[in-house]
Design a protein around this ligand. Structure first.
Ligand code: 5RP
Length: 236
């Protein structure tokens, strides 16, 4: 691992730890997806194991989050069994100055949006490389699509001015299949001037399940950054 990769790992660990530290006993916790949230799940499990907190239950946003929760001893529940989520912790691929997000780098944005938007407190955990002035500047926008609608949805997105690409698997022939059995189209838009409008427009295309724009959902962003060679966590 290069020195730069080491620093990114430490930033992710520190924000994960800072987010896990905010979970109180008795909470129902939305468990996000991705490499940064994975550290939050690990630290949450450590706090539970040490007795520092008790009686928490997790609601996973993906197969990955479910596996990690089981590995670190966090009991799980479902949205059928509870009518509240106290706190959700999740990563992001881009964060703009209004705390709007692009998510879906792990193809889990549909379940993430359900869980994160239900949470009383939604905390986003990112390293400083994820902060952007305008959404869509560094990351393509993921859109989850029912497989039988891939062709018409692709055409509809092109009509909106987007450049769609079907997300392909790595070490798997063919497209990425989501936890729900769907596919993901990653879309390049030259500019996303109206994230709230685009979020609705995309979700109105028949066959689209959900897109990765999270507008007005975030309460708090914890940013891991490096200052004087040390990883620190700042809030925004
Ligand atoms: C998964 C996501 C992730 O939260 C996002 O991709 C960030 O992941 P990482 O912390 O690994 O950079 O939206 O669908």
């Amino acid at each position: 691992m290069s020195a730069e990769q080491d620093l990114v790992k430490v930033m992710k660990q520190e924000v994960g730890k800072a987010a896990a530290a905010r979970v109180k006993s008795g909470s129902i916790v939305g468990l996000g997806t991705g490499s940064t949230t994975a550290y939050a799940i690990q630290f949450l499990g450590d706090r539970l194991k040490s007795g520092e907190i008790k009686d928490i239950q997790g609601i996973p946003t993906s197969f990955q989050a479910e596996v990690l929760a089981k590995q670190y001893g966090i009991p799980l529940t479902t949205l059928d069994a509870t009518d509240r989520i106290d706190i959700a912790i999740d990563g992001a691929d881009e964060v703009d100055p209004q705390k709007n997000l692009i998510k879906g780098g792990g193809a889990a944005h549909t379940r993430e949006k359900i869980v994160d938007s239900l949470a009383e407190l939604f905390i986003v955990v990112v390293d400083s490389g994820k902060l952007v002035d305008r959404l869509g500047s560094t990351f393509l926008l993921p859109v989850e699509v029912l497989p039988m609608a891939i062709a018409p949805v692709t055409r509809a997105i092109e009509k909106l001015g987007g450049k769609p690409e079907l997300r392909m698997g790595i070490r798997k022939a063919g497209p990425v299949i989501t936890d729900q059995g769907n596919m993901v189209i990653d879309v390049k838009f030259d500019r996303i001037d109206d994230p709230a409008g685009l979020e609705k427009t995309l979700n109105n295309i028949p066959g689209v399940l959900e897109n990765g724009l999270f507008v007005g959902v975030t309460d708090l962003v914890l940013v891991g950054e490096v200052k004087d060679g040390q990883a620190i966590v700042r809030e925004f």
